[in-house]
Design a binder for this molecule. Structure first.
Ligand SMILES: [Zn+2]
Length: 105
């Protein structure tokens, strides 16, 4: 159940990162935060360690090759580093990919 909430949160975070409309982006981030909150409340009730809190919003880097704003392709947990995400970005123009390890708490 907790994993499910976190899965939803990640989905909304990903959509928010890709949204071009600021109002839509805000509403998607809000939903992501709501799911994160649900997950941590549930974890607390079950006496589990708190799942990660939302960190900084996803910032999309510019492509190092051609300067185009990159798209967030996926967010993966980092093995052995539970407080980190590996965020993979794709350049829509030249196809360069870049992975960022982000500490989110
Ligand atoms: Zn590029």
């Amino acid at each position: 159940m907790i994993a499910e909430y976190l899965e939803h949160a990640l989905q909304f975070e990903r959509m928010a990162a890709e949204a071009t409309d600021p109002a839509l982006q805000e509403s998607l981030s809000k939903q992501a935060r709501a799911y994160r909150k649900l997950a941590s409340e549930r974890a607390e009730r079950q006496g589990l360690p708190r799942p990660p809190n939302p960190g900084a919003p996803v910032t999309r880097p510019d492509c190092k090759k051609c300067g185009t704003r990159m798209m967030l392709a996926r967010i993966m947990p980092v093995h052995g580093r539970p407080d980190h995400d590996a965020r993979t970005f794709d350049c829509p123009k030249c196809g360069t990919t870049e992975t960022e390890i982000v500490k989110f708490r």
